[in-house]
Ligand binder design. Structure first.
Ligand code: SF4
Ligand code: SF4
Ligand code: SF4
Length: 306
């Protein structure tokens, strides 16, 4: 009997669903073993049919998201948090820094009032107070961060959940797949706001450019640094970062870059802290990051906004 698979998208960008379609021939191989009973990007199924595996993209941002997620939990045997938004809240977690009322006022404050005197459309008024990673609402069986995850990892995760075969997912960081070499350099200056550097074979950190590859779980095969762009951390925190409460992005990257370049560690720490909205953007709304005793994201962001 074929295994039944159901998917749902909550607040995200749909990129994770497009990544499922991007599986190409791997998807065809899976289709022999599974029946997709609900896939919003491919079929018009409004209900929540029973399924063995549920794949959820996006975070909970609205009453609708919460309801849809609960329906997925009720109807699916196992649930996969698919992508960084589902696992850690993702980029829209930035809303966490401002609060629901401030966001609604910013978005709709200029609207003409309706007959009831409200400027906010009905659906929008059902926003949650902040973005919520889905495991704060329902139990999750597996996580696959990535923005979106690389098809290689998607195929492994789905086959594992279906019980077809179990291949351990690598716990390594983006650096493990990056072709650039970390080496000591002289004369590098801290390049603020830069995402590229001159030498294509040398680590960005060695050239004074902040790259988050060493603190980010590899679920992309180092796509950005291998194509000339520093890692922005979109797959979420590395295993070390998750496990160790005292480790965080700022201190780990600053220490490594200072050791490679001689740029004062405090200068790098101050830069990362001052632009925390950028460097912590993919897991801002997750306690994995804001719950650390060494990280004060709200205070840093408020300071930067002055
Ligand atoms: S994880 Fe990335 S690709 Fe997936 S929904 Fe969120 S923003 Fe889009
Ligand atoms: S820090 Fe960035 S550039 Fe350096 S090795 Fe890691 S991924 Fe590559
Ligand atoms: S290299 Fe970094 S920013 Fe680029 S896709 Fe991978 S995790 Fe995301």
């Amino acid at each position: 009997m074929k295994a039944r698979v159901s998917t749902e998208w909550l607040s995200g960008c749909s990129g994770c669903h497009v990544a499922i379609v991007d599986l190409h021939e791997k998807l065809l191989n899976l289709v022999d073993d599974v029946e997709f009973v609900r896939v919003p990007v491919l079929m018009d199924e409004k209900g929540y049919p029973k399924a063995d595996v549920g794949i959820v993209e996006g975070a909970v941002r609205s009453e609708h998201d919460r309801h849809a997620l609960e329906k997925m939990r009720e109807s699916c045997g196992k649930l996969l948090a698919f992508g960084t938004c589902a696992s850690y809240g993702g980029p829209s977690g930035i809303g966490w820094l401002y609060g629901r009322d401030a966001i609604l006022a910013k978005a709709y404050g200029g609207n003409v009032s309706d007959a009831k005197g409200s400027k906010v459309p009905g659906g929008a008024s059902k926003l949650e107070e902040s973005v919520i990673p889905i495991d704060e609402v329902v139990k999750i069986d597996r996580y696959l961060p990535g923005c979106p995850p690389h098809p290689y990892f998607i195929a492994i995760a789905i086959r594992d959940l279906l019980g077809v075969e179990s291949i351990p997912l690598s716990p390594k960081t983006v650096c493990s797949e990056c072709g650039r070499r970390m080496q000591k350099t002289e004369g590098a200056k801290l390049s603020k706001g830069e995402v590229s550097a001159n030498d294509p074979d040398t680590c960005f950190l060695s050239q004074g450019v902040v790259c988050l590859g060493s603190v980010t779980l590899d679920r992309c095969k180092a796509q950005c640094p291998n194509k000339g762009v520093a890692c922005a951390g979109c797959a979420g925190p590395s295993v070390d970062l998750i496990r160790e409460p005292h480790l965080d992005i700022r201190s780990m990257v600053a220490k490594r870059m200072a050791m490679l370049t001689g740029i004062p560690e405090q200068e790098i720490r101050d830069y990362i802290q001052g632009d925390a909205k950028t460097f912590y953007s993919y897991a801002l709304s997750s306690p994995v990051m804001y719950g650390k005793p060494t990280v004060e994201l709200r205070e840093w962001a408020a300071e930067a906004a002055k």
